[in-house]
Design a protein around this ligand. Structure first.
Ligand code: GAP
Length: 652
């Protein structure tokens, strides 16, 4: 899906992120490094909160998911087994003029008139020639004789093209004109100046690599529709797309040769598959269960863009939820149950999601789609800001049975926040084949149930499992895998069912931390009108983060900085709250300004300690503070003693 360009709102958001310390360009003092971003004080807190909530939701609050923290650099064999070494690439093309790199599938289709130039010659020759005296056809011929065949072909073309112009001119046959024999084309908008504009771009192209005064030689021109072969920014020709592997390579150990190549992981998921058996054996989990991991991932993206949306270094939060294959469920439960839906529409919000041991992969898949949407709702992204995109069969990866992309409506368009894929038993099977270590599980219940099944049912399940395994083995066959061997292996796998053995299937909800942070920032950004210190309305920028993710939960303000009693009381309040939440203490500037600063930081609550707190206006207000709500700007009077439980209730 092409990602639309940023707009004005995005510019405001990017500027706020820098101004307030959410996100900075990495290595900014050295001019930055494209596709890398740093999180400033507020961004770091926001990120920690999001990751902490994900971990709590996915791991701590459930009995059926455990965590993993694996290394970033792993055996390169992992990436061969996963398919990343061979196929994790994007089609890439370069602008011939500026060398700017594009992802070929993201170039916007355009229409116009394409001008094709055969070559270019140094113009001084023509001008000289035009200013010179007589026709000297022999001189031309002599010149042609001297040229190498390829150049001669081009030059003959040049002569035909410019015959009329040079027919009355003469030039020095001993001086070969400088010629650049490369083809170049350019797409221009139709109109009276189209050729001039095409020539101008072509001249820049030929000039860049040598000719001082290039004269581009036009071969042909034609109208073209919906082409992606030209740079949308300048019309210059793009190179044909070629695959570009996105993994960052490095070397392990002191010798930088092919034997020591390793990769920075492009996803966190593969370590989960590689450690599946260790986790299973040590965690007392049984299928269905999940392994969660979050951490850095690296992709050498061709065109990092849209702020942090597509970065080269980012963080993922991934769950691999292992389930029994449908054939196993059927053997144990007689049939596979699906989730009950109140609507036929392909949306998970109408589903009844009481998990069941009779669920097959489709039910688990829908369950996880809905769980993940609820997660986003819980941190302040309403369902209406999200879209479920169910990939069409032709869009699915060959091993995937279904994939739902959860899109967030970013200012630059609805784009993927998380993918939830039903990946069958592909990953574990691949690691089994590449490592030679068994990745299957033994299931007592299956073995016991199998013996009690009627023969026809056993045959039917065995046949289906066999077909599935054969399909997988055929698709991933290596050169020395014969059809006989594949059939034999598939049969062995199918026979394993009777003994209680199978390779688990997996549902994978895979989210990007940085994209989620960007989504939260975009959704939180708002502008409204609020009175300034003199009561005059002014535009207020306010980050309406859900209190759960807000970087700072509460700001504490003594009304005046130079009143020791106010300051002491404010610090007392700060110290009361600090062990339980992030608190920002601020005593500088007018109180209105201080509120505005916290509005921009997205702090949901502000506590002001004033003279009433000290009891100067009567005993009943003593030890009370004003609690200001960021969104409504309403203030309420609260006893200091009630403050902590009240705030804890609102920020959790
Ligand atoms: N294990 C499956 C997997 O990695 P993916 O769709 O390639 O699937 C999952 O990535 C998520 O990781 C995406 O939905 C996105 O949130 C995040 N992500 C992927 N590439 C990213 C990038 N270049 N920059 C930021 N986030 C990215």
């Amino acid at each position: 899906m092409a990602e639309p360009r940023s707009n004005e709102l995005m510019e405001k958001i990017v500027s706020l992120c820098k101004r307030r310390g959410f996100i900075f360009q990495s290595s900014e003092i050295y001019g930055g490094i494209n596709g890398f971003w740093d999180y400033g004080p507020l961004g770091a807190e926001l990120k920690r909160n999001v990751k902490e909530i994900w971990w709590r939701t996915m791991v701590h609050n459930r009995d059926d998911i455990v965590g993993l923290e694996a290394t970033i650099i792993m055996s390169p064999e992992i990436w061969k087994a996963s398919g990343h070494v061979d196929t994790f690439s994007d089609p890439m093309c370069d602008c011939l003029l500026t060398k700017k790199r594009f992802r070929a599938d993201q170039v916007e289709p355009q229409s116009g008139v394409a001008y094709y130039f055969a070559c270019a010659v140094q113009d001084e020759h023509r001008t000289e020639a035009l200013h010179n005296a007589a026709v000297n056809l022999d001189a031309h011929k002599a010149l042609l004789e001297k040229m190498p065949p390829e150049t001669r072909k081009r030059y003959e073309f040049l002569l035909t093209e410019y015959w009329d112009q040079i027919a009355n001119a003469g030039f020095d046959p001993n001086r070969l004109p400088k010629i650049d024999t490369r083809h170049f084309s350019v797409l221009v908008k139709p109109g009276p100046h189209e050729e001039a504009s095409a020539r101008k771009t072509a001249m820049q192209f030929y000039k860049r690599d040598g000719l001082e005064k290039p004269l581009p030689i036009l071969e042909k021109k034609e109208a073209i529709e919906n082409t992606t072969g030209f740079n949308p920014e300048n019309g210059a020709e793009l190179t044909p797309p070629r695959p570009f592997n996105l993994m960052f390579k490095t070397y392990v150990g002191p010798v930088a040769d092919e034997e020591n190549v390793a990769y920075l992981r492009p996803e966190t998921a593969q370590a989960i598959f590689a450690q599946f058996k260790n986790v299973l054996e040590t965690s007392r989990q049984k299928v269905p269960f999940g392994i969660a991991q979050m951490g850095k991932a690296f992709r050498n993206e061709v065109t990092p863009r849209n702020f942090t949306f597509r970065s080269r270094e980012f963080e993922q939060m991934e769950l691999e939820f292992f389930i029994k294959p449908d054939e196993v469920i059927e053997a144990i439960k007689c049939s596979v149950s699906s989730v009950q839906s109140e609507s036929s529409e392909l949306k998970t919000e109408n589903l009844k999601l009481e998990t069941s041991s009779a669920w097959g992969w489709e039910a688990w898949h829908k369950y996880w789609v809905e769980e993940r949407i609820k997660f986003y709702e819980g941190i302040g992204l309403p369902r209406a800001t999200l879209e479920e995109y169910w990939q069409k069969p032709e869009e699915l990866a060959h091993y995937a049975r279904a994939t739902v992309d959860l899109l967030f409506k970013f200012p630059f368009g609805a784009q993927e926040l998380e993918g939830i894929a039903a990946r069958s038993d592909f990953d574990l099977s691949q690691h089994e084949r590449f490592s030679g270590k068994p990745m299957g599980v033994f299931d007592d219940e299956l073995r016991a149930a199998w013996g009690k099944l009627p023969k026809e049912k056993q045959d039917d399940l065995r046949r289906r499992y066999y077909e599935h395994r054969k399909k997988y083995l055929t698709k991933t066959a290596r050169p020395d895998d014969t059809p006989e061997q594949i059939e034999k292996d598939a049969k062995e796998d199918a026979d394993g069912l009777a003994k209680g053995n199978y390779i688990p299937h997996v549902i994978e909800p895979s989210a990007g931390v940085d994209r989620l942070i960007l989504a939260l920032i975009c959704h939180a950004y708002s502008e409204d009108q609020a009175p300034d210190d003199k009561g005059k309305p002014e535009t207020r920028v306010v980050m309406r983060f859900h209190p759960r993710v807000a970087p700072i939960k509460v700001a504490v303000f003594p009304l005046l900085k130079n009143k020791p009693d106010l300051v002491a009381k404010a610090k007392e309040v700060r110290d009361l709250l600090r062990p339980h939440m992030t608190v920002f203490y601020d005593d500088t500037g007018a109180i209105g300004r201080r509120y505005r600063r916290q509005d921009e930081a997205g702090t949901p609550f502000g506590v002001t300690i004033d003279f009433d707190t000290l009891g100067e206006k009567g005993a009943e207000l003593k030890d009370t503070v004003t609690l200001r709500d960021r969104d409504t700007m309403k203030q309420e009077r609260v006893k200091i003693g009630d403050l902590l439980p009240l705030l804890l209730d609102r920020v959790r």
